[in-house]
Design a protein around this ligand. Sequence first.
Ligand code: DOR
Ligand code: ZN
Length: 345
Amino acid sequence: MIRTLTIRRPDDWHLHLRDGAMLRGVLPETARHFGRAIVMPNLVPPVVTAADAVAYRDRILAALPEGADFTPLMTLYLTEQTDPEDVAAAYQDGSVAAVKLYPAGATTNSASGVRDFDKVRGVLDRMAEIGMPLCVHGEVTDPEVDIFDREAVFIDRVLDPLRRATPGLRVVMEHITTSDGVAYVADHHKDIGATITTHHLIINRNHILAGGIRPHYYCLPVAKREKHRIALVEAATSGDRRFFLGTDSAPHTDAAKQGACGCAGIFSAPNTLSCLAELFEAADRLDRLERFTSLNGAEFYGLKPNAATITLTRGDPMDYPETLDTGAGPVTVFDPGFPLHWHVA
Ligand code: DOR
Ligand code: ZN
């Protein structure tokens, strides 16, 4: 049995860090294990201009623990008012790595997202010209569409038409949750990649709803049936370069999660790598963990893998706190429902 595993320092290609006291509380959890992260722009108000992104990056850098080896990669929140030239200049001078598309109303703080795709055509065309990636929250918001079908319907109604209308646009389907998402990426070789979260590799919809309602397993897109989880595990462990880790670690305080209308989001930064090592080991694919966590995403974003490495060691089940105390309040840590034997040195 393999007992230690050394891999390039991982990157998180989809992460929520928030701001203020919450940022200061959660950032060390990511910076401990990850070299870089694509930081989501859904603050209140959202990060919409290059100047907003640079100011947010500076707040993140100021919140980093001494000596941390971590670089935030910033994103802009696409609105119908976004200026194509502001976006292009920010990409070309390195202050922003990608643009994030939220269909209006799809998820937490997405009210300023896109309603009319014709209004963002100029931005998308400019991004295609310069090779800048578009990160997509792939769910329709049509109230007529069942919440478990929103990803599959988005692919047909929005994603595929959008990619055809903008040849050369490089798209990351964020946090795919279905076999439809896996199949779409697998069938379209050019200019497409997908992130997969740790929790969608581990939970299905029963975890949220069977035997009592579990707010800490509620996120968007919502976890689907077991057959979809299995398709995600196959994609993540396949070694296919188009699939890479984006944890979507999304902290909310327990008070915000446990109310009558609880927020969507699962906080997995502290134990994500231990969860993934356990999962890849169970699939007999530990040799492909590095591709998923440390190589494929960098390649998609046109970056070198991190030079530093981390070592995972198999030992007794890990003790980790159930909640992280932040200055904003306690935040529950993702419970994979099985013991974690892989410790990150
Ligand atoms: O579960 C989620 N939480 N999904 C998202 O898309 C947003 C995120 C958040 O910001 O809390
Ligand atoms: Zn997210």
